[in-house]
Design a protein around this ligand. Structure first.
Ligand SMILES: Nc1ncnc2c1ncn2[C@@H]1O[C@H](COP(=O)(O)OP(=O)(O)OP(=O)(O)O)[C@@H](O)[C@H]1O
Ligand SMILES: [Mg+2]
Length: 251
């Protein structure tokens, strides 16, 4: 049974950076799932998803729907069945250190219900092949309503230095309760903006506070230049803090 890890938080707090950094310390094989439409996780891991010949789930789905509209393909095979095989062959990027699947942007009008549902059904099947499933979420809480990973082992909530961030914590819990998301651990992590005084707010929040990700000029530089965060020196402050955070969480 794989460990299901979800990282969430408000916009720009450092979620994708956190996912990229923890992927270095997780027992392989890990499957990373990027639910953010802008494919930023692949960028941070130093490759271009499309140049690698891969499609997002939404792109693959769009092609299947267009094919069916034009009358191509067997009418006996459902869109769901067609997509199930495409997810493996066209959407799964495989690397030595990790695999990655990305939801992408919807190419037609309407909601993300169908691609979300596809991923929700596929994740338990994919999970059989991996030690860890790690989900990088888009900003905010909307993805929680979509309940794509209904059973989570470790939820990491990355907090920024604002009152809104603190209000965000009970909101997340309420939504997960309403939509029936189950989790074993609800962890708070402070992002690089926090100082010691501000950390007190998280320590007193009543939730499990794992610590702060240190400010790291290397992270800034690597992200700016599009270099893979997997290449950060081991003594980089953010990498060291992420390792400590994982240790506190029992990894
Ligand atoms: N420890 C750190 N030190 C310095 N800068 C950091 C650190 N962590 C993240 N950043 C910077 O913060 C910015 C946002 O990071 P990131 O993209 O990981 O956030 P996000 O929460 O995934 O954003 P979004 O909500 O847009 O998906 C990036 O420019 C990144 O370089
Ligand atoms: Mg992100």
């Amino acid at each position: 049974m794989s460990r299901r890890i979800v990282c969430t938080g408000r916009g720009g707090v450092g979620k994708s950076t956190f996912v990229a950094l923890i992927s270095r310390y997780l027992k392989p094989p890990s499957l990373l799932i990027d639910l953010d439409p802008d494919l930023s996780l692949a960028d941070m891991l130093g490759f271009d998803f499309h140049k690698e010949g891969k499609k997002t789930v939404c792109e693959a789905l769009y092609e299947v729907v267009e094919k069916r509209k034009s009358g191509k393909g067997s009418s006996l095979i459902t869109t769901q069945d067609m997509m199930n095989s495409l997810l493996w062959s066209e959407c799964l990027y495989e690397d030595r250190a990790f695999d990655l699947i990305t939801l992408g942007t919807k190419l037609t009008e309407g909601c993300l219900c169908f691609p979300d549902e596809l991923l929700k059904k596929t994740i338990p099947k994919l999970a059989q092949n991996y030690t860890n499933i790690v989900v990088d979420s888009p900003a905010g809480v909307e993805h929680l309503n979509r309940n794509i990973v209904p059973i989570i082992n470790d939820l990491f909530v990355i907090c920024d230095l604002s009152e809104k961030s603190l209000k965000h914590i009970p909101r997340i819990k309420k939504i997960m309760e309403e939509v029936g998301t189950k989790y074993d651990h609800f962890y708070l992590v402070a992002n690089y903006e926090f100082d010691q005084g501000a950390e007190e707010y998280l320590k007193k929040s009543g939730e499990i506070y794992l610590g702060k990700i240190e400010y790291d000029a290397n992270v800034e530089e690597y992200n700016l230049e599009g270099k893979s965060l997997l290449g950060l020196p081991v003594d980089s402050p953010a990498l060291v803090s992420v390792k400590e955070i994982l240790t506190k969480a029992g990894y």
